[in-house]
Structure formats: structure tokens, C-alpha cells
Ligand binder design. Structure first.
Ligand code: SF4
Ligand code: FES
Length: 265
């Protein structure tokens, strides 16, 4: 029978309850903590540290609270962030059970205590920082650049407004990997299944009228795993913090792969 519980060393245990700040609009955060062992040290279990802080003078987002904790309570708390406005994708994490961006998740939209974990089913580098190297290697494997073919022309490769519109809903992806890490198919087959984030990127190039690599791109997907491990569970679309629809992009790729097969037989 399948083991559905996390292995013991992956299950967070109770951590340190930091002294509460004293007054104001108090909110409690449970934050995942894990530090990789040094050479010769035994690995410790992850833990959930508790911070109760006054959020009344902070910005509105969960990221503002994490920055406050790091600046004022525990400087060793580790997380990624850069733009603070939902365009770089680096602050993706799991907040109260949903993968999202800490910089666009408003605290007032979350009830009760706020639980902050790294993206699920990824190795952890430290605390809230997931190891995305394998996901980026998959992204690189699909050639996410224009494959125009032929000699450079005398001028730009133009698109009609209609051709440009076909990229809407695709170009906005910020590669936060919230979608891929919410997908059970990706959890179980992440070495072979490309996952929604990377597949949406394939769709972005296949739909681009300036790109000449469609056949090569679609042939690369035509096996049992890279595309077809998508079982239309739809977690990807439900969780995308940019409101995109990776499931629709994947369905479009399946149709294109099928049509390509029909033409060839
Ligand atoms: S489709 Fe949405 S959730 Fe997935 S990587 Fe792009 S922005 Fe993030
Ligand atoms: S810090 Fe850039 S998306 Fe959140």
C-alpha cells in the first residue's frame, strides 16, 4: 500500500515560540524552519516557529510580516523576494495551504493564524527557500527562446494584432512554480513530467506566430510523461497567483500534438 504520510524526518515538529510583541493588531505566524546540516552533523527535523507580531504599522502583505520578523526578531529567517509587486516570482510559498506569492497575499484576507511553508514537494535549501534547480533544468530543456530559423531578415518579424493576442494569458507567467508544485502528477513524476509552469511556456512559443520551432517542440512532448502525465486535476489553474490558466494551455498542447500525429499518419 502507498505510504501517504511524509517520512518522519520531513514532518515539522513544534518549534520555538518567540515572545509576542505587546500591543497593536497582533497576528500569529507559524513559519517553517529548517537548516541543512553542516559536514558531520546529523540532519534535524524541520520545525514550525511561532511569531506573534503587531501588523498595524506594517504593509498589508504576508511578505511585509516576514520582512518584519527577519529585521526585528530572527535575522536567520530565510526566504526569497525581490520585486515586492508580483512580477519576479521569487517569493512563491505555501500560505495557509495555498501556493501563492507572499508579496501579493494580503494578511487581512487570511483568517486566524497564518501558516507559512515552502512550496510543497520540493527539496528545501533553507527555511522557505525551495530548491528549484530541477524545475529550471526542465524549463531550459524546452528551449524557451525564439526558434525563428533561416537567415536574419532585413527587419523585425511582425505580428498582426490577432497573432499577438494569442499570447495573452501566456506571456504574463512569472515562473513562480506555484502551479507545478500544487500538481499531484508533478509531485509523483517530477523527473519526467514537465509540469504546468514549463508546459505553459512551451505553449507560449508554440502559439507565437514568429516562432518556427513548432514541430520540434511538439515532437519533444510526444511521449508518455512529458505532457501526458497531466490528468486535468486543475490545481494549477486554481492556484496561479497571476490568474493564468495552465490547464487550458496544456489542453491546447495535447490538441496540437494529436493534430500533428494525424497529419503524419
Ligand atoms: S502559470 Fe501562474 S503559477 Fe504557474 S509559474 Fe506561471 S505565474 Fe506561476
Ligand atoms: S517579490 Fe517578486 S513576486 Fe513576490
Amino acid at each position: 500500500m502507498a505510504e501517504l504520510r511524509l517520512p518522519p524526518m520531513s514532518r515539522p515538529e513544534g518549534g520555538k515560540a518567540w515572545p509576542s510583541e505587546e500591543k497593536g493588531d497582533l497576528r500569529t505566524f507559524s513559519v517553517y524552519r529548517w537548516t541543512p546540516p553542516e559536514d558531520g552533523e546529523e540532519a534535524a527535523r524541520p520545525r514550525l516557529d511561532t511569531f506573534t507580531i503587531d501588523v498595524s504599522s506594517l504593509g498589508a502583505m504576508v511578505l511585509d510580516a516576514l520582512i518584519h520578523i527577519k529585521d526585528n526578531i530572527d535575522s536567520s529567517l530565510t526566504f526569497r523576494r525581490s520585486c515586492r509587486e508580483g512580477v519576479c516570482g521569487s517569493c512563491a510559498m505555501n500560505i495557509n495551504g495555498t501556493n501563492t506569492l507572499a508579496c501579493t497575499q494580503r494578511m487581512e484576507d487570511l483568517r486566524g493564524d497564518i501558516r507559512v511553508l515552502p512550496l510543497p514537494h520540493m527539496k528545501v535549501v533553507k527555511d522557505l527557500v525551495s530548491d528549484l534547480r530541477a524545475a529550471y533544468a526542465q524549463y531550459e530543456s524546452v528551449g524557451p527562446w525564439l526558434k525563428a530559423g533561416g537567415e536574419p531578415g532585413e527587419r523585425e518579424r511582425l505580428q498582426t494584432p490577432e497573432e499577438r493576442e494569442r499570447l495573452d494569458g501566456l506571456w504574463e507567467c512569472i515562473l513562480c512554480f506555484s502551479c507545478s508544485t500544487s500538481c499531484p502528477s508533478y509531485w509523483w513524476n517530477s523527473e519526467k513530467y514537465l509540469g504546468p509552469a514549463t508546459l505553459l511556456q512551451v505553449s507560449r512559443w508554440v502559439e507565437d506566430s514568429r516562432d518556427g520551432g513548432d514541430d520540434e517542440r511538439l515532437a519533444d512532448l510526444d511521449d508518455e510523461f512529458r505532457l501526458y502525465r497531466c490528468h486535468t486535476i486543475m490545481n494549477c489553474t486554481k492556484t496561479c497567483p497571476k490568474g493564468l490558466n495552465p490547464a487550458k494551455a496544456i489542453a491546447g498542447l495535447k490538441r496540437r500534438v494529436m493534430e500533428r500525429g494525424r497529419v503524419r499518419t
